[in-house]
Design a protein around this ligand. Structure first.
Ligand SMILES: Cc1ncc(COP(=O)(O)O)c(C=O)c1O
Length: 400
């Protein structure tokens, strides 16, 4: 008899966490490793947010709270949705969980029955398919292409929808490609969805604030208000406020869905950490200026990485609208010999050889459902990025 449950046997561990673990292990052995695998801002959590957490501890706000968030945080989230997205959610339409990940998992677990399908544009963030599988659903991938800027085409969506389609997951700006949808592009997707009332939309807006070159962020319930009643608008403080370790994610959506998610959370994690919730209140209600300042820093890093990778032989690196990832094609390296003489048959071979030879850790495209590509996270300093890109250039130059 297997130790792992039937449900767990359907999923694999997160490949991005695995890639980072491998890089850490090599670094521990004394290798000079540059890890561009992890999706985490290198900035620190701002002091006003840390101070709010310390205050919460001192004031004894250290006990159980309401299962899916304290009223003060729900109010701050509702105000954020109104202020930044023009979306009206009452506090009863808001839920808070221990990170963005559990928000998505709660939504899928609370709503999927065996055989229900979850439409996932590929490339996708690694956790969507496995969460759908864990929740008993079936991921259905809808391919995008580099020519379409890695964005879902309405015709492709239309062709993938069946009577069992329960959710479409949208993620803009995207992890792993950085691609972001304009309001007009979202409306075109909305046109398709309006013809299929059985499909709900989960929009993962974690990278909302990381958009560049004057790009205007939009979210689907705002772009197509007729979808408001079947959209879960998910977000969190992890990326925008450099709070990955605090574990606070949230969402706004129809009350019955929010209630179902709270019911699930009441029997699993219960409330997110009380202290982190008070810190998140300060994050959302406090000064916001630093977000745009940090986005400017990310924009310069994006430009640096795109320009250096474009000079690497055999790579083709699109310039994405947002997030802190680039997703270059390595088609020009496939079938060729790495500097150590190994024929690289796929993108996984490319990243393994790159790590072995140059000590640069990136994540192969197959992990995100579209090959041959790899993902670079540029959430690190210019000096580190320059060195990493120089090593990648050298690796590519030695491929024969
Ligand atoms: C697209 C996307 N959604 C959700 C998350 C999860 O965020 P959290 O760390 O708050 O669970 C991440 C984190 O990498 C992400 O990239």
């Amino acid at each position: 008899m297997s130790l792992e449950s039937a449900a767990l046997r359907r999923v694999k561990p997160s490949p991005t966490i695995a890639a980072t673990a491998k890089a850490r292990e090599l670094a521990r052995q004394g290798r000079d490793i540059i890890s561009l695998g992890m999706g985490e801002p290198d900035f620190d959590t701002p002091d006003n947010i840390k101070d709010a957490a310390v205050r919460a501890i001192r004031e004894g706000k250290t006990k159980y709270t309401e299962v899916d968030g304290i009223p003060e945080l729900k109010e701050a989230i509702a105000a954020k949705f109104k202020r930044e997205n023009g979306l009206e959610y009452s506090t009863r339409q808001v839920t808070v969980a221990p990170g963005g990940k559990p928000v998505i998992f709660n939504a899928l677990m609370a709503t999927l029955s065996p055989g229900d399908e979850v439409l996932i544009p590929a490339p996708y963030w690694v956790s969507y398919p496995d969460m759908a599988l864990l929740a008993g659903g079936e991921p259905v991938f809808v391919d995008t292409s580099v020519e379409d800027g890695f964005k879902l085409r309405p015709q492709a969506l239309e062709a993938a929808i069946t009577p069992r389609s329960k959710w479409l997951i949208l993620n803009s700006p995207s992890n792993p490609t950085g691609a972001a949808y304009t309001a007009e592009e979202l409306r075109a997707i909305g046109e398709v969805l309006l013809r299929h009332p059985q499909v709900w939309v989960l929009t993962d807006d974690m990278y909302e604030h990381l958009v560049y070159g004057g790009f205007q962020f939009s979210t689907i319930a705002q772009a197509e208000p007729r979808l408001y009643d079947r959209t879960l608008t998910m977000n969190g403080v992890s990326k925008a406020y450099a709070m990955t370790g605090w574990r606070i994610g949230y969402a706004g959506g129809p009350e019955p869905l929010i209630k179902a998610m709270a019911k699930l959370q009441s029997q699993t994690t219960s409330n997110p950490t009380s202290i982190s919730q008070w810190a998140a209140v300060e994050a959302l209600n406090g000064p916001q200026d630093f977000i745009a300042e940090r986005a400017k820093v990310f924009e310069r890093r994006r430009d640096l990485v795109v320009s250096m990778l474009s000079q690497a032989h055999g790579l083709d690196c699109p310039r994405p609208e947002g997030a802190f990832y680039v997703y270059p094609s390595c088609a020009g390296l496939i079938g060729k010999r790495s500097p150590s003489g190994k024929v690289m048959e796929n993108d996984e071979d490319v990243v393994v050889e790159l790590l072995e030879r140059e000590g640069v850790a990136v994540v192969h495209g197959a992990a995100f459902g579209l090959s041959p590509f790899f993902r670079i996270s540029y959430a690190t300093s210019n000096a580190v990025l320059e060195e990493a890109c120089r090593r990648i250039q050298r690796f590519c130059a030695e491929v024969a």
